[in-house]
Every structure is written in C-alpha cells, then in structure tokens.
Design a protein around this ligand. Sequence first.
Ligand code: DPP
Ligand code: ZN
Length: 844
Amino acid sequence: PQTFYLADYTPPAFLIDEVSLTFRLAPEATRVISRIHFVPNPDATDRTFFLHGEQLKLISARIDGHDANPQITAHGLTAEVPDHDFTWEAEVEISPATNTALEGLYMSNGMYCTQCEAEGFRKITYYPDRPDVMAPFHVRIEGDLPVLLSNGNPVDQGTGWAEWHDPWPKPAYLFALVAGDLRATSGTFTTRSDRQVELNLWVRPGDEDKTAFGLQALKDSMKWDEDVYGREYDLDLFNIVAVDDFNMGAMENKGLNIFNSSAVLASPETATDANFERIEGIIAHEYFHNWTGNRITCRDWFQLCLKEGLTVFRDQQFTSDMRSAPVKRISDVLMLRGRQFREDAGPLAHNVRPESYQEINNFYTATVYEKGAEVIGMLKRLVGETDYYRALDQYFQRHDGQACTIEDWITVFEDATGRDLTQFKRWYTQAGTPHLTVTEEWVNGKYNLHFTQETKPTPGQPTKEPLVIPIAVGLLAHDGSEIVPTTLLEVTEAQQTFSFEGLTERPIPSILREFSAPVILHRDTNNGERAFLLAHDTDPFNKWEAGRALAKDVLVRMVTDGTNPDTGFLDALRQMALDDTLDPAFRALAMALPSQDDIAQTLFASGVTPDPIAIYTAVKTLSRAIAEHMADDLPALLASNTVTEPYQPNAEQSGKRALANTALSLLSKLDQGAAAQAQYDAADNMTQQLSALSCLIRAGTGADALSKFEEQWHADRLVMDKWFGLQVMLAEPEDTAQVVETLTARPDFDMKNPNRFRAVFGALSGHPAGFHHPSGDGYRIMADWLIKLDTVNPQTTARMCSAFDTWKRYDADRQAMIREQLERIAAKPDLSRDVTEMVGRILA
Ligand code: DPP
Ligand code: ZN
C-alpha cells in the first residue's frame, strides 16, 4: 500500500463554494447525484483535477453540461477541466446493504446511516475527500422511510422526501445522512443569546426508554461550553441518532451526531454506572467538536490531534466539573497508562502528530487522543488558567471557518502569552513516554531536587531531545502538614536541579501532583514513605498514587520472589478503605489492584520477562489476602455503602455502589458467593446485577445466574454484549480459548456487529493470562477471527490487532507462537490495507 507523508502536503487545486446532493435510496442500488461548483484555488501549486472515489459505479459525469470523459482508477478519477470555475455533475450507484465495512453509506437493522470520518465520503460519491476543502451542503433524500435526516436545518419535506441545508462550510468527513423508522425524544435548549434550539435523540422503536439521560447530558454540555469556553451552538436543530452497528463510539457530524447505541442508550436496568458516565462524556465530546473540530477543523489527517486532543481535554474538564475532579483524574491516568503508555512502549509508538500513514483509520489511537489531551493539559498548566482561556478565545476568533495545523495552534498560544513554545512543540513531534528520575539532597536547610529526563528510542526515532515537563510538587513535614504547597517546576533540560530554602526539616516530597505530565517517574523510595503519603498527601492524585505504588511493589515481589502479601500494605489499605472522611469513589479506586498488564509492563521495564500466569496467580492471592485481612470489616463496609434511595447515575450514588461492590467482591472470596447471590436476586439496576454476576462467576457459582441473565436479557443487544464479555474476562486462563470458541459458535454471535465482536475479542485481549496462555490457543483463536473479520470490516479488525503489540515482552516460546499467528494473518489473500499496515508495524 501507498504511504502518505505530512511533508508532502500541498493545497487543494480547487475549492468548492456549493454542493448539492440527491440520494435515491435503495438497499443495493442507491443513486447519488451530485452537483458541485468548483473554483480554482489561488494558493494551489498544481492544477490537476482529482476527485477521490472508491467502490463507486459511475453512471454519468459532466462538466458544465458536457460529458466529462474522466479517467477512473481504484482510488478516484481525473478529468480535463476549464481554467476557471465550473460545475461538476455526476451520478453514481452504491450498495449500502452490502457495505459491511461500515464506512460511507451503509445499513444497520433496516436503517440507512453514514460514517465518513476519516475517508468514507469517497465511498458515497466522487469528491475531493480531504478536510481542507470545506463547503456548504444542500441535500435531498428520496426514500420510502418515515424519517430522513441530514446535516444543518430542514428546508422542506413531503412523503418520501426531505431537503436539508447546512449553511456552515464543512469538510466531507462531517457529512451525514440517516433514514429509517425512528422515534425521537425531544427537548429544547435556549442559548445564552436567547435562541431556541430543538434537540432530538432518535432511536429505533422500543428504545425510547433509554434516551432521557443522553438528552440531559446534551443540555448540560451545551450549557457548560457556553459557561466555560463561551461557545454557543449555531443551528436551530441538533439531532443525535443511535445506531447498533458502528465502528467508533460516536461521530460529530455537523448538527447530526451519529452514535454507537452503546455510547448513548441507557436506563438504570440496562446500563451500569460506568456506562452512564461514559455516555455523558461521549455526548459532551461530540457536542464540543462543534467548535473544536467542525467550526475549526484539521488541514489534513496528520493534524488529527488538533481536534481530538483538545476535545478530549474539554470533555475531561466537563466530567471533572459534573462529577468528582480527583476521581476523574485518577481514571484518566489509569486509562492513559493502560493504553497509551503501552502503545508508546511498543512497536506501534508514534507521535501525537504522526508524520506518515498508510491507513489513517489506524491513527485514531490513545496517543492522538489521550496523550493529545495531556499535551493540552500541560500547556494550560504552563501558561496558567487566565492565559489559557485568553488563547482559546483568540484561537476561535482567528481560525473560525478554517482548516488548521498544530503550528497555527501553537502560534496562537505564543501570540497570546508571549511565550516561546518551540521546545514545547516537541510533545507533538517526538514519540515515547519520557522517564523522569528524581533524586534529592538535604544540606544545611536547603533541599534540592535533581531531575533527569530520558526518552527511549521508538520506531523510526532513534534519538530524543529534552522536553518541557511541568512538574507540580508539594513538600510535607513528618507530622503530615504541608510546608510547601503545590508549586510548578518547569524542567526543560536533560538534567536540572531545583532548590527549596528556609525549611526547618528535611521534607517528604509529593512529586508530579495531579499527574502534571505524562511521564514515568522514578524515585528511590520505600514503603514507609509510600504509606505516609497514602495517609497524608493533600493531593488526591498522589495519595492514590502512593497506594498504587505500594500495591505494585507488593505484587512485583510476589511474582518475582514468591513472597507472601505484605502485612504493612494490607494494614494501610484497610485503614484507607475504612476512612469515612474519604470519598467512597476514591476509596473504591484505591482498593482496585493494578492491572495484570500494568504489572507485566512494569516487570518488563525492569528487565524481567513477565509470566502472565504467575501475575494472574499473584493478583488472585493478593485479593484473597485482602479479603481475609478485612474479613470482619467487609459486611459493614458493604452495608454502610449500600444505596437505599431510588437509583440515580450520579457521582455520589455511583461512588457508593463502587465501594460496596468492591466489598462484595472481596466478601465473595470468603462466603462462596452467598452475599452476591442475594444481591443478584434483589438487584433492580444493571450496576448491582452485573457486579453480583461477576462475583458469582469468580466464586465458581455463577452458572445459574448466567442462564437467568440470558433468559432475562436475550433480546437486548447491549446487555447481551456484557454477558458475552464477562464470561471471557472471568474465564480461568486454561479455559479462556474454549469459552471464546463456545461463545462464537452461538447464532447470536454476529461478527458483523462491532460491539459484539469487541465484547468477545476485546475481553480476550484484556485477559492477559487467558490470551497468553502457554497453550497458544488464545493467539490462535484471535488470529482465526481476525482473518475472518478482515473481509467484513477492516477497520475493526485492524483495531483489534493491537492485542499482539506487547509480544516482544514475552518469552521465546510465546514470541514464536505470536509471530506465527501474525504471519498467518499477513499471508491472508487480499488482506486489507488497514490490517496490512498494523501487522507490518507490529512485526517490524
Ligand atoms: N467520532 C470520533 C471522535 O469523536 C472521531 N472524530 O473522536
Ligand atoms: Zn473526537
């Protein structure tokens, strides 16, 4: 496949000032008639007229009314055009019903819908499918379906047709069309300049009871963006549609967001607290794209982080404001470390702004999104709150209506704050997670912190330059009081020292508070000091971090020396768990043990080849030791956090449920699941039902509950995804592949549905001891299904290939087995471009 390079960017030869599209919908023969007015771009260096187009049947093409005689290739067409503006008219035929890749126009349960980001529009009609070509769209839809939607405002409609106009110029990737038998839950939002906006959340008949939460989240997001960023919505209508078959979480199409049903539908009976929080965050994310992504878009796909990093940062801020800021920060860091640090440490490491790709869909990654958001967070920390919002105002003012680059973004901050951000920009152009080592020194009342930063080589980047690292530090006295409150140190050199004077005692440092930079911190410390910080740190993130470091230390020693669980740790954990002055959500997070993948990554980084089975066993042993250590406390901890009020998915209730369910899961190790069975039988919400079911499966007494669950929920696809996933996640390592085999043989395992596929295979790759079982069966069944799915849905297949990206960590036998499977995938005839690139990078 062809490789595309950032360095090769050239401006478009032609711009567009108007697009009209007519869709005559038919499942296997939809006609798309386009009329596009092209204008030569004065900034262009090349006059070639090229339109992208893939898998299209061209019926006719005319330029200014004359036959266009285009030259057609697999990727598009070229034609002779006049040297002034002209009108292109074309008619193509496409087949939505057989489009299983879910890119372009496709069908899901009888409903038509689109997904055009990144390059799906070229599967709808011939067009310059690149984000720097922006145009107002007029759309006419003809089809025998009750609801016909597109972007913007409705113009007119009748039986079997509707017309839409979107006045805001947009790139083709933001185009959307939906047609089907849909029901709306509606509301209104009054903007701060007193305009009424009609809001609709469209679902399939039967799902109307799962829309209230999403609609409220939309209103909250609209209000928040006005209050915090001064951004107002700009159309009379905002539509959201829920679709069952969708590759991503959701899509921010102008005025017509399309959501994976798992990212919007929720009722207390069918969705967990975690689902509700995720839905709120995704609704906010897509809504916030209206300004950061749609009004200001990306010049090219290398700039993806311009909209995604910023919009993730904004949705994280929103969730912090709606819920608990410390809990949100801890959860985000867990995700960052689990997914992005893993990516940065392996063969798939890439810059926040990549410089080349074969398939852009492979770069919708944790690095672009989550590290991209961390970079914005660091920038905000460095310039301060006031200057950050001042710079954002300038960004919106200067670039509204444009397709921009990271350079534009950085320049706005330089102009607004007077800072030179040349070095800071390396965060965008250098891959890998920096290692920050700190040592300290106490001499004559002077306390020195020495920092050393180092970033290891990543694929294609053998040498690394020092980064600007904002480090939030606080100093504590031995009585637990804070003698130096949080202070921001700015490390810019490879080695740098900061001094604190006038202290009366040698302090205990709390470094990298709030996780002020996405780095791996190394410091020679001991468990006494960690326990001290767990008890006394005033920074909630570092308080949690201290507990996590203790747990990691205990687990690593259990795995490497076979030591018994450390009683010092068990005491510290118990004390924290029972401390009623702490937020229950925080306590639940602090009681969760580090993930098995995290332990594997830590061992590998310290030169030890991780054994996934040994790690699995250690985690199990430690959980049991915690349960025994707290045996007398657990019933009370469970009871005092049991919510008796009617279910609400808010932060307060979900925090209590999280802590109660942590207690339940420990208790289930001691009572053979008796308490869990009681909770299962009484549960009136999915959070309680699912956590009880997990406890029962882990206790080995879940068979009955599993079949009752299936009986109750067999008709609900989203709930059944949980049922599929849980069985894989909680399988014994030696049984895991067999469980996958059994589940995938069921008639309701539909691999065309990405949610169902991910429920099973995402769970397999998230269960290291099952996936990496020495039999190799986990690898084999994963590869078998990736090969099958590649023909159906390359994008989802490619995503799932990252299951293998840690393979170099493991022993020679495992590496050989994984290599064999990767080579088997690579050898599949007609392997997609998406998977070719992923497997190639992983094997390289
Ligand atoms: N829909 C995806 C997102 O919002 C891609 N833009 O991140
Ligand atoms: Zn996004």
